[in-house]
Unconditional design. Structure first.
Length: 243
């Protein structure tokens, strides 16, 4: 009797163990599948944002994969903890603009992740916020789908407006704040300005690296410098008011 009971318990134990293993594998598979879907969704969102700043008709390369590593000593000014890559926009092999990843660490509800498009003349080609936790209906107006505010950076540069005016209007600057929300736009304005300063310092390296990394298959013979506008191939160089 005891032997039969032991056999039964052993069989039940093996069945339970097998069930647990199958459940774990199913959960792991679901997790991996979800992770892949999230990664693909993020990739598509990034591509959409890149093409909003530098439309397809302006470039003839794959700006999603045409990248250049950002040197580590610039990570902090751009708010990057684990580094990042510039996306290069080209026409007939010539780099005419870059897209810089940046993170404003001081949003009202935390970090604000964005990309800043910069033409070679130092003017802003466009800004898009990719991720944030700002208050719905207030700080979330940094998103283009919620407000055109982010378009106010287009064409701006370090000299236009002057350095003293790279602030929100509440701080005697040129950029609007939001009704009931000042901290969020203030953080974005400051980070866009820092991205422009970064570009000014790293511009020579970017141009040189870009010239040395023309994507395979690019028709550089047809390049006409007069038609290359100011717009990203992978190179391994390396405050206290209410919201």
């Amino acid at each position: 009797m005891g032997s039969q009971l032991e056999k039964s318990m052993g069989l039940n134990g093996r069945i339970l163990g097998l069930f647990a293993l199958i459940t774990s594998l199913l959960l792991a598979g679901t997790h991996l599948g979800t992770k892949d879907k999230i990664a693909e969704s993020q990739r598509r969102a990034a591509q959409k944002a890149l093409l909003e700043i530098i439309p397809e008709e302006r470039h003839d390369n794959d700006i999603l994969t045409d990248t250049l590593a950002i040197p580590q000593h610039y990570w902090s000014v751009l708010g990057l903890k684990k580094g990042g890559e510039l996306h290069l926009a080209r026409k007939a092999g010539e780099v005419f603009a870059i897209i810089v990843p940046a993170v404003a660490p001081d949003g009202y509800s935390g970090a604000i992740t964005m990309i800043v498009g910069i033409n070679l003349d130092g003017s802003v080609a466009g800004v898009r916020v990719l991720n944030h936790s700002e208050t719905p209906g207030l700080g979330d107006k940094v998103e283009l789908k919620k407000s055109p505010w982010v378009l106010s950076f287009d064409g701006k540069s370090l000299g236009s407006p002057p350095a003293t005016r790279w602030k929100v209007k509440k701080d005697k600057g040129d950029f609007d704040q939001f009704t009931g929300a000042t901290i969020t736009p203030r953080a974005v304005v400051a980070q866009v300005e820092r991205a422009l300063h970064y570009f000014g310092e790293d511009k020579k390296r970017i141009i040189k690296a870009g010239a040395n990394s023309v994507p395979a298959g690019t028709d550089t013979a047809s390049a006409d410098p007069a038609n290359v506008n100011t717009t990203s191939t992978r190179t391994e160089e390396s405050t206290g008011d209410a919201p």
